[in-house]
Design a protein around this ligand. Sequence first.
Ligand code: PLP
Length: 387
Amino acid sequence: MEVYLDNSATTRVYDEVAALMSKIMLEDYGNPSSLHNMGVRAEKHIREASEILAGTLRVKEKELIYTSCGTESDNIALIGSYMANKRAGRHMISTKIEHPAVKEPLKILKEAGAEVTLLDTDSHGCVSTGDLEKAIRKDTILVSVMHTNNETGALQPIEEIGALLKKQDHRILFHVDAVQGYGKAHIYPKRMGIDLLSVSAHKIHGPKGVGLLYADESVKLKPVIFGGGQQKGMRSGTENVPGIAGMAKAAEIIYGNIDAKLDKLYELKSYFTGELKGFKELLSINGEKENVRETAPHIISASFDGIRAEVLLHALEEKGIYVSSGSACSSNKPSLSETLMAMGAGKDRLDSTIRFSMSFDTTKEEIDYTLSALGELLPLLSRYRIK
Ligand code: PLP
């Protein structure tokens, strides 16, 4: 049996997505900027995709910018808004648990003169709006907080933050990295006070190499990629037509009947975590909450005391079970998790954390198979525990 529990790293492309993309690549392969019929057909795919994607977020189609990935969306959101708004102020606020796609551009902006405050989290991996309120200054121009943490599944208080920022006397843009949240939650930027939102197709059973940045029409943003002026100059480069259409098809499928799918996934998560507790001498679950609905439906971060994550990962792999250690979606270099450190985890826990991430297609049989593999492996591996 093969069990893929690494859906936060990437997902299997839905069959309908692959079929649509293949059709576009083979038949409707025109450049959407071309004036002839082939161009018009390609452009129509983008228009149809925008209608679907804007519909899932309840925003206007013209507020969508297509990018090459979630990382690019985050970069445009941060660098583009800094460049456009730095006269109003140079202070930006984010958190210690952001993905490198947010942290790294913030480091670059710091070198370019920005002042950056990174908020801590509580032991569940959540930032507090109280801390955020204290960090706001007269020259704060942007706050960037992720929707769902990619390592622990901790949900951040996005609506509360949106409301807090809207109450300030000066405009503070609110960017949300929703790469792990989109497709697993209802996210409505206009209602939640979100000005900029990043999405990535490959996390929702769409293709790799395509993403989306929602930017409210009132946001001042400068491009970071220059060229032929596509997408009203906001992101030059020929649009990835099959990718954009594939992302929209994936979004349409994932948001279809989503409430029932979420109920089932939360039930599966509760079952999985409940059964994992059988390994209680070894196990800690990071970011767990009494109410599972206050966490992401698909991510479980589990530390097995004294058992090196990489050893367990490869032992599970031999049984056909694929998981991640820490946040392997960002890099294959082992590095200590800044997210777990922000939550106060000690070095032992950092070395022994496995992330299981499910999709709406994960079955109870797959979870039972994983639990029985852990039941075999953990007693063996715990004999060689590092202490
Ligand atoms: N932000 C978060 C929270 C992520 O989990 C990831 C990828 O894992 C990214 C951004 C980067 O997305 P992409 O792989 O599309 O560049």
